[in-house]
Design a protein around this ligand. Structure first.
Ligand SMILES: *[C@@H]1O[C@H](CO)[C@@H](O)[C@H](O)[C@H]1NC(C)=O
Ligand SMILES: *[C@@H]1O[C@H](CO)[C@@H](O)[C@H](O)[C@H]1NC(C)=O
Ligand SMILES: *[C@@H]1O[C@H](CO)[C@@H](O)[C@H](O)[C@H]1NC(C)=O
Ligand SMILES: *[C@@H]1O[C@H](CO)[C@@H](O)[C@H](O)[C@H]1NC(C)=O
Length: 645
């Protein structure tokens, strides 16, 4: 034990010194530049204001890297680390859900059964299985169990249907689909296509599935009948193995499966925990979907590896949020920006402050509502982070700086190699200097956020997508020095004088709506298909009082005319609800030659004001599920949030 502590200390010191030395010469240069550019006073102010923040974060970062180093040295996989947690406190609650309490021992037993069940069915380590289910304890227990058997789980978005669902399941060669009985309809619809694409596709249903289209095996029976002894495969894995896939609708086209390896799962969870400064034994309220990175990976890691309790909810409910937190005695909660906005939109209630939640962490809480949110719900610490599922450009707000999603050190910028690079507004390409290098932003500027790629270091590697063509598009070369490469996050951030970062916008072909990325090219493809190849362009527009951008489509007028009800009906069948355009504009002409982008920029800047746009405009009225014409009154209702979007 003593030797181990000593070991850690030495590694820590060595790590610290290396970090500092690497940074040193570049730092001196950077300091000199800032000094000259800014004049001495600003420079001094920056040092005084940010030195303690930078040192504290450096210490926490090095601590996390040391623990990652030890994990790698031991070659420990996530199931192996989980076993340590179980050993420490088998009877502590791991997952709370409705009125169920799953202790760590329960989770361990159930996941062993899952592993044995799949090994019994003849599955082998390295094979892939799709998981299609709403949030519930079994969701976590299933992928954990599969990973004990070395099987990689594809965590499928439970909102997907038809073509996108088929694509997600087959893009990683899944041999089986696990689904819960509530979703059997969605699987029924695609089963014939799936069977064609993957020979011998197996269907496993959790809960009662009485479909006469698919012959699904009852998974709960298989699990019940399996042994709860630890399968020997749990000792076979390697830190660099794949743990699961999480799908992102990155920049273009259909969802892409991002690879999450064991070491990355650990690294992200540990970095979040250390940098924000979690207390031991938090009870974390997690109502985010478990197939996304935030809820499914960052959230579950705190439980499985660090022994926190997590309270789950199948679907977010604004009115139940604080009562749930009270019921489960939560001390922390996860959010995405939309959740915060929905919570603020509720009428004030005593429960707003009757809970014990003091820490909230997540992504997308905008500066405008930050302090209002913290004050009304009495949240003392907000750990806003910026991160991408597949990339390495991640930062965290470590010191409660209002509105910020992290920082880049102005004193030691090279210790953590992320940066903002200047982007040409028209082409969305990085601006290059005379030597062909990217131009890094200084304090007070806005640019695309990038993270340097270092293959050997899991904290800096870009594991990419399953589809390697898609991976290439996310890489930019010659950023910090000639010949290097960096991951393009696709987001514009603003950096203030002290290096604090603030989210501004997404670049390029996606926009965020209701917590999901909407790929404009994917929606364009679907719509043009529905309308028999009519030209259309999709883009995001601002709607006052809404997070992210609402989808708007401009469709070229045809002689036949457009039946909007029918159009909407068809879109419901093939698009997830968050991708369906909220606003429709029928245009009489569209520039189809030359750059498509130009047309988009014009439509986008014209927006949906009937005073400005003379073409017919329609908005999707959610209460009626119908497109209605935008006239002066409707337009005002949109601006004043009277019309629910
Ligand atoms: C980790 O363990 C696996 C399987 O036991 C082995 O193949 C691999 O080489 C090990 N990796 C390291 C870095 O020791
Ligand atoms: C919450 O705390 C109260 C009082 O400390 C306790 O009685 C209750 O069992 C706790 N609830 C949960 C879900 O742990
Ligand atoms: C706010 O939270 C603090 C603890 O973080 C607590 O002491 C205080 O009483 C709370 N305020 C209200 C109004 O509940
Ligand atoms: C949105 O896109 C970013 C960047 O590609 C990705 O990291 C993130 O996970 C995506 N979010 C969702 C919900 O797919």
């Amino acid at each position: 034990m003593y030797a181990k502590i000593n070991n850690i200390k030495i590694i820590f010191l060595v790590g610290c010194s290396i970090g500092v030395f690497i940074g040193l010469w570049k730092t001196l240069l950077a300091l000199l530049t800032i000094y000259i550019v800014s004049g001495g006073w600003t420079f001094l102010r920056i040092i005084v204001r940010t030195a303690s923040r930078d040192l504290k974060s450096l210490y926490r970062l090095v601590k996390t890297k040391v623990s990652l180093y030890l994990m790698k040295k031991r070659n420990a996989t996530i199931p192996q680390l989980f076993l340590q947690t179980v050993k420490k406190h088998p009877n502590r609650a791991a997952i709370l859900f409705e009125d169920q309490v799953w202790t760590f021992k329960d989770l361990d037993d159930y996941s062993n059964k899952v592993a044995n069940a799949f090994l019994g069915l003849g599955y082998q380590p390295g094979q892939e299985v799709a998981l299609f289910m709403d949030s519930r304890p079994e969701f976590i227990a299933l992928w954990l169990g599969l990973s004990k058997a070395g099987i990689i789980t594809a965590l499928i978005n439970a909102n997907l249907r038809l073509a996108t669902l088929v694509h997600s399941i087959t893009v990683v060669k899944c041999r089986a689909v696990i689904f819960s009985s509530e979703l059997s309809k969605a699987i029924e619809e695609i089963a014939p296509t799936l069977d064609k694409k993957q020979e011998g596709m197996q269907y496993l249903c959790l809960g009662k599935c009485d479909s006469n289209i698919i012959s699904a095996k009852p998974l709960h029976n298989l699990i019940d009948e399996s042994s709860s002894s630890l399968p020997s495969t749990v000792w076979k894995g390697n830190v660099n193995d794949r743990l699961f896939y999480i799908y992102t609708s990155g920049t273009t086209g259909l969802p892409k499966a991002a690879i999450i390896k064991h070491n990355r799962y650990y690294w992200m969870g540990a970095a979040l925990r250390n940098l924000i400064g979690f207390r031991p034994n938090e009870v974390i309220y997690n109502c985010l979907p478990l197939y996304h990175l935030a809820g499914g990976s960052l959230g579950t890691c705190q439980c499985l590896i660090f022994g926190d309790t997590i309270a789950l909810r199948a679907k977010f409910s604004a009115s139940k949020f604080w009562t749930d937190c009270i019921k489960y005695n939560c001390t922390a909660a996860q959010y995405i920006g939309e959740i915060c906005r929905y919570l603020l939109a509720q009428n004030p209630k005593p429960t707003d402050t009757q809970h014990k939640v003091t820490l909230m962490f997540g992504n997308g809480l905008r500066p405008k509502i930050w302090s209002q949110f913290a004050n009304r719900f009495n949240i003392t610490r907000i750990g806003e982070f910026y991160g991408s599922t597949e990339g390495n450009a991640n930062v965290i707000n470590v010191d409660n700086q209002e509105g910020s999603c992290g920082f880049i050190s102005r004193i030691l910028p090279s210790v953590y190699p992320v940066a903002l690079i200047k982007i040409d507004e028209n082409t969305n390409e990085p601006v290059r200097d005379a030597n062909g290098m990217c131009v890094l932003c200084q304090g007070g500027e806005c640019g695309e956020f990038v993270g340097k790629i270092i293959e050997s270091d899991p904290s800096r590697a870009f594991d990419g997508y399953v589809d390697s063509e898609a991976s290439k598009k996310k890489i930019v070369r010659d950023v910090f020095r000639k010949g290097d490469s960096a991951f393009l996050s696709g987001d514009l951030l603003y950096m203030d004088t002290y290096g604090y970062l603030y989210f501004k916008d997404r670049t390029g072909d996606t926009f965020r709506w209701k917590g999901e990325n909407v790929s404009t090219s994917e929606v364009e493809a679907v719509i043009s298909n529905i309308l028999e190849l009519v030209d259309c362009v999709v883009f995001g527009v601002d709607i006052p009082g809404c997070e992210g951008k609402a989808g708007m489509v401009a469709i070229l007028e045809t002689e036949k005319g457009l039946d909007l009800d029918n159009f909407l009906h068809k879109m419901h069948k093939v698009l997830p609800s968050f991708s369906i355009p909220v606003i429709v504009r029928i245009v009489s002409q569209m520039e189809t030659t030359g750059t498509f982008k130009l047309t988009k920029t014009k439509f986008c800047s014209e927006g949906y004001n009937p005073q400005v746009v003379k073409d017919p405009l329609y908005v999707l009225d959610f209460s009626k599920d119908k497109y209605i014409r935008i006239d002066e009154n409707v337009y005002n209702d949109i601006l004043t949030s009277k019309l629910r979007i």
